[in-house]
Write a protein that binds this ligand. Structure first.
Ligand code: NAP
Length: 220
């Protein structure tokens, strides 16, 4: 049983990758720096070529779109390059990967997981671009499920709240370090495992810490 994923080198994706290996899957990760498929997700030509080639020799049971980047600052301050990169990595790449993989997923009655965000479920200041990509990804999955359920393909959108990962390394804030105020990647990996092992299809799930907290970084 094969998984094709992105984002498996770090954070939430790393925990999911380890859990999938524990479950007996062979996991193929797309990464810019280390993984079975070396590719920048914003390079759509290379991505298409590499994935088409991989699909010629592998069955696919799970497509896991986990890679993502965020910026949270006034929209007018974003460069065109930043806007394009976030749209490519968070939204275009998962839609393109799904397009390439659906034939194989229909053959295996497979499962698509899209790691969206809590930001897809609400409207927060300085998140317009990120929210556009994550709500786009979430609605893409929900709509796609209506189309592919006749072929028994499952589609799940996971919408995590703040999770302690390197995602925040370049941001001016980070999850709280107080007990019960943040999520850890393994909680999301456990949720994915529960959904994969469930007979019914869980199309959309929001995972939050019991309490809310945030840390502003000094000097940022
Ligand atoms: N952490 C949170 O609080 C939180 C909350 C809600 C949703 N999310 C979402 O969860 C997902 C995982 O994030 P994380 O928190 O685990 O962050 P992370 O540790 O920073 O991981 C991000 C991953 O995205 C991949 N990536 C970024 N740009 C890429 C590119 N151009 N091409 C290929 N891969 C690229 C990286 O892979 P390589 O470096 O190997 O290329 C890395 O593995 C993201 O979609 C994020 O939006 C996170």
């Amino acid at each position: 049983m094969n998984v094709l994923m992105s984002g498996g080198r770090s954070g939430i994706g790393k925990a999911m990758r380890t859990t999938l290996v524990d479950m007996g899957y062979s996991v193929y990760n797309i990464s810019r720096s280390e993984g079975e498929i070396l590719c920048d997700l914003s390079d759509t030509k290379t991505l298409e070529r590499e994935v088409k080639q991989w699909l010629q020799t592998h069955e696919l049971h799970v497509l896991l779109n986990c890679a993502g980047v965020g910026v949270f600052q006034p929209h007018e301050t974003l460069s065109s390059a930043t806007i394009q990169n976030i749209l490519h990595v968070n939204l275009l790449a998962p839609i393109l990967l799904t397009n390439l993989c659906l034939k194989s997923l229909k053959a295996t009655k497979g499962h698509i997981f899209n790691v969206s965000s809590i930001e897809a479920t609400r409207h927060a200041k300085y998140s317009a671009l990120y929210t556009a990509t994550k709500s786009g990804l979430r609605d893409f999955g929900l709509s796609l499920f209506e189309e592919v359920r006749k072929d028994e393909v499952k589609v799940t959108s996971l919408n995590p709240d703040m999770t302690k990962t390197p995602f925040f390394d370049t941001l001016h804030f980070a999850p709280s370090s107080k007990e019960n105020e943040y999520l850890v990647p393994q909680t999301l990996a456990n949720t994915m495992r529960f959904i994969l092992e469930n007979e019914a299809v869980i199309t959309d799930i929001t995972i939050r810490s019991p309490k809310f907290g945030i840390q502003k970084k000094q000097g940022k």
